[in-house]
Design a protein around this ligand. Structure first.
Ligand code: NDP
Length: 240
């Protein structure tokens, strides 16, 4: 099984990659990277021959075309796309700079559209494909300051549900995962006090781990999950 994970240098992206490599001996993992690549390179070195890096700026149509073409040339197929890359730029709407809106919509929503469109034809040709879109709990329970991020991530859920119907007869499933707080760099902006307050609002009283999201990605990617499509699975320690 050949898997492409965008944002492959990030906490969740590299965690999902590691999980596939450790749990599925047949997995060939491609980590999409742009500027930062140290974590991805370390994983590729550890699982030499089964894990590679591919340049992928997810907001660029051309970059998607090049990345997918490189994978198809190397492996002859692409079974799983995990649209994981994303970022947030929180501001109250009244004072939100244009750039904070456009960059967040672009990296979290436009990118998922571009990625799905880039892989859909090869997956249709294979009569098999798994697309797993990493949305966020913010899509259904948005905090203040995230109009941009919540709109993008809710858009990802809507895109997922619609595309799932469009490709259901082609052997392709499309699902979304909505993580709550997962301990990665994305939470690095929180000081100790903010982290304590956040944990107090989580029934499990702790942040999740990348492996706890990755296990759901692995399930959705497997052959036997072929009847699960258009789902939005939240992984949030019971918040919602
Ligand atoms: P990180 O900040 O650790 O990683 C984000 C990754 O996305 C980085 O590798 C980054 O690359 C990449 N990225 C961002 N923009 C682009 C772009 N335009 N092109 C290519 N790559 C890009 O965050 P997480 O691993 O925590 O987040 C992964 C996903 O999970 C995101 O979609 C996020 O919204 C979602 N999520 C995370 C939660 C959490 O609590 N951690 C909760 C809910 C959802 P680079 O390093 O080069 O900038």
């Amino acid at each position: 099984m050949t898997i492409l994970i965008t944002g492959g240098n990030g906490g969740l992206g590299s965690g999902i990659g590691r999980y596939f490599l450790e749990k599925d001996p047949e997995a060939k993992v491609w980590l999409g990277v742009r500027s930062n690549r140290s974590q991805a390179e370390a994983l590729a070195a550890e699982f030499s021959g089964r894990c590679g890096l591919v340049d992928l700026e997810v907001t660029s149509k051309e970059s998607w075309e090049n990345a997918v073409a490189a994978i198809l040339e190397a492996d002859g197929r692409l079974d799983v796309l995990v649209n994981n890359a994303g970022l947030h730029r929180d501001h109250l709407l009244a004072t939100m700079p244009d750039e904070a809106w456009t960059s967040v919509i672009s990296a979290n929503l436009d990118a998922v559209f571009l990625g799905c469109r880039a892989v859909i034809r090869p997956m249709m040709g294979q009569r098999f494909g798994r697309i797993i879109n990493i949305s966020s709990l913010s899509a259904i329970l948005p905090p203040l300051g995230q109009t941009n991020y919540a709109a993008a991530k809710a858009g990802v859920v809507a895109l997922t549900q619609t595309l799932a119907k469009e490709v259901a007869r082609a052997g392709i499933t499309v699902n979304a995962i909505l993580p709550g707080y997962i301990a990665t760099e994305a939470l690095a902006h929180m000081d100790e006090e903010a982290a304590k307050r956040a944990k107090a609002g989580i029934p499990m009283r702790r942040f999740g781990t990348p492996a706890e999201v990755a296990s759901a990605v692995l399930f959705l990617a497997c052959h036997d999950a072929g009847y699960v499509t258009g789902s939005a699975l939240k992984i949030d320690g019971g918040i919602f």
